[in-house]
Design a binder for this molecule. Sequence first.
Ligand code: HCA
Ligand code: CU
Length: 384
Amino acid sequence: VSRFKIIESTLREGEQFANAYFDLEAKMKIAQALDDFGVDYIELTSPAASEQSRLDCEAICRLKNEKFKTAKILTHVRCHMDDARIAVETGVDGVDVVIGTSSYLREHSHGKDMTYIKNTAIEVIEFVKSKGLEIRFSSEDSFRSDLVDLLSIYSAVDKIGVNRVGIADTVGCASPRQVYDLVRTLRGVVHCDIETHFHNDSGCAIANAYCALEAGATHIDTSVLGIGERNGITPLGGLMARMIVADRDYVLSKYNVKKLKEIEDMVADYVEVNIPFNNYITGFCAFTHKAGIHAKAILNNPSTYEIINPADFGMSRYVHFASRLTGWNAIKSRADQLDLQMTDAQIKLCTAKIKALADVRKIAIDDTDSIIRAFYHNLHSQEE
Ligand code: HCA
Ligand code: CU
């Protein structure tokens, strides 16, 4: 599971997000940030999509040659010789080709049969290889495709030699168990690497990526914040959360995860969205502990209620204390922060006052601090 590679598709799948518009400067900044993060590949929009897309693709390949430390550049094209001819001239390290194989897409989108798909795939693959570039062949809508069709085309392309084959849950219908089964079966059929791409329509994009790795996949497609068609794909940050739990040493040795927040903020800014409150790792409450029981244990030892160490990502934990659910340990810790020393018995009385007010209305940090201060000063005025 642990030896996975990331194909970062913010600049391809992410460009298909409703709100995305990346000019060249934005693309360069995002690409540079992703290389700093340490992603293995950056996938770019097809140079056949538009003239500017082609120029941007070339410019990012130049940026890579001058500045990148790790990331290779891929572009993503339809399985068609016209597109492949344009792609190989851009300076990319490899080409990801894709064609729909489900009956939905064969009948209602491109209208080609499996024989045509196989022959074109072979022609495109041989051509890209002849230019010395990496090649991946993927079937769109893999989970609604006929299994026999799928395995026969994957084994055909594996025999002529590809770097990777790809499985794509284009519509987000797959469950983790289905993913496991398909990838496992494919693992027994091809020798090359296996890339996977999961849409998140039914909320399984991270779980599916993890299951794919368990079943022998090697590469996972991500985008920053998961942006893509509809509600998007496996988010880079969510995958990091999942994988750091599975193998912290590998993740930290390979990826500069402290950069996550910065990249997410940058992309959120470009596409004009807010980071969701419940986002993996960087959501505002991702490391906030509220109930008295939780707060007490966290103050004692963070591992009690935290599976991810916020410090690994340059984030910090927060012990919430301004609520009716708070407890005296949280209030004691707050009083310490305010430099107001009290005995445990005093803190418990003060906590009772805070909880009483919080039972009447929503209280803020300021309210709580005022109660703590007033209580403390009252104690000392009684002493005089
Ligand atoms: C799309 C294409 C794709 C391609 C995935 C891949 C998908 O529908 O825009 O190349 O593996 O989800 O099928 O993003
Ligand atoms: Cu997609």
